[in-house]
Ligand binder design. Sequence first.
Ligand SMILES: Cc1cc2nc3c(=O)[nH]c(=O)nc-3n(C[C@H](O)[C@H](O)[C@H](O)COP(=O)(O)OP(=O)(O)OC[C@H]3O[C@@H](n4cnc5c(N)ncnc54)[C@H](O)[C@@H]3O)c2cc1C
Length: 393
Amino acid sequence: MPAIKFRGVDFIQFDSLLTEEERLVRDTTRQFIEDNLIPIIEECNRAGRFPRELVKPMADLGFFGASLKGYGCAGMGNVEYGLMTQELERGDSGVRSFVSVQSGLVMFPIYAFGSEEQKQTWLPAMQKGEKLGCFGLTEPGLRSNPGGMRTRARKVGNEYILNGEKMWITSGTIADVAVIWAKVENENDKIRGFLVEKDRKGFTSDDIHGKWSLRASVTSGLSMQDVHIPEANLLPKSDGLKSPLMCLNQARYGIAWGAIGAAMSCYDCALQYAILRKQWRDQPIASHQLVQDKLTWMISEITKAQLLVLQVGRLKDAGRVEHQHISMAKRNNVWMALECARLSRDILGANGVADDYPIMRHMMNLESVKTYEGTHDVHSLIIGQSVTGIDAF
Ligand SMILES: Cc1cc2nc3c(=O)[nH]c(=O)nc-3n(C[C@H](O)[C@H](O)[C@H](O)COP(=O)(O)OP(=O)(O)OC[C@H]3O[C@@H](n4cnc5c(N)ncnc54)[C@H](O)[C@@H]3O)c2cc1C
C-alpha cells in the first residue's frame, strides 16, 4: 500500500465562498503542516511528545494570537483564523490545542481584560512564541460547572494570595505564565482572572501521564499554595464567570473548524484506501455499496459542517455571533469528526488501528475534543436553553 497523501476535501466548491486571503491562509498552513508536522506526528504520538521545535516556525507564520490586532499579531479575520485551525487539526488535535490555548485562552484574556502594561509585557513575546501560556479553569472536583470552582484569591495589602488546584490544563508544565481563574474572597467570591508566573513560590505543575488522547500535547495539574502575586497581576477588566466563558467561546470557535480538519484527514485517507484496497474478485472495496454509503455519509457531513462554521465565522466577523451559534458548531462538528474517524477506521479494517495511517490517532484525540471546552452534552444544554428559554443544567 503506497503512502496516502492528503489531497484536500471540497465537494461543493466550498473554496468559491472564500476570499483569496482566506485561501492563502489555508494553503500556507496546509503546506506548513504537510512539511513539518506530518513527518513527525506519529513518532510524537507514540512517544507522548509535544513537538516543541515547531513553536518558533509556527510563531513566524503568525499562528499565535492570529485574530488579535496590534502587539505584533496577524489581525486575521475569523474565517482565516478558522481555516488555520482546520489545517492545524488536520495535522493533529494536540498541536491545534496548543495553538488554541496560546491564542484563545491566554493571549485573548490578556488582550480583552488586561492592562496596557500586561499587554505590552506578554502579547508580543507570546506572539513570537518566546513565552508560552496555559489557562487554568478546570478543577479536580468541578469541571463542567466552572461557577462552582474552589480556587480562592484573597487581597492582602497590594498583593493577592492564591490557593487552589487546577486539573487537565493544556501546556501546564511548559507555560511561562498561567491565566488562573479564582473567586476573590474580598469581592463576594466574584470570579476574576490572574496572571501567575511559573516561578512564583508555592506554584507547582505536574504532567498527567497515561493519556490515550492528545498525546502530542502536554496536559498538567497545577497547584497553588499561598502563592503571592502583586495586584498588578490581576486582569483588571475580568468580571465574573462571563470572562472565562468569553475565552472559551474564542477557543470553541477554533475547535469547530479544527474538527473539520481531523474529519477531512480521516475521510480522504479512507477514500484513497478504499480505491486502492482490493478484496473479492480483485475489486476495490470502494466498489461495494456499503463502503460507498460510509463515504457518502462522511462527505455529506463534512460539507454541512463547513457551511455551518463558515456562517458562524461570517457572523463573528460582523459582530453578530451568539454563544449558542458557536455551541452548535462545536457540538456538531466534533461529533461529526468522531463519527468520520470511526467510519474511516472501519473502512481500513485492521490497518485502521495502526499508526501507519492517521485515523486511530485522530479518533483518540477527538474523544478529548468532544469533552473539553464544554462537553457535547453541555452544548446540548446551551442550545436547548437558547431555543426553549429553560435552563436544564
Ligand atoms: C486533554 C484535555 C485537555 C484539557 N485542557 C484544559 C485546559 O487547558 N484548561 C482547562 O481549564 N480545562 C481543560 N480541560 C478540561 C475540560 O474542559 C473538562 O474535562 C471538561 O470541562 C469536562 O469536565 P469533566 O471532565 O470534569 O467532566 P464532568 O463535568 O464530570 O462531566 C462528566 C459527564 O457528565 C456530563 N454532565 C455534566 N454536567 C451535566 C449536566 N448538568 N447535565 C447533563 N450532563 C452533564 C458531561 O457532559 C459528561 O458527559 C482539558 C481536558 C482534556 C481531556
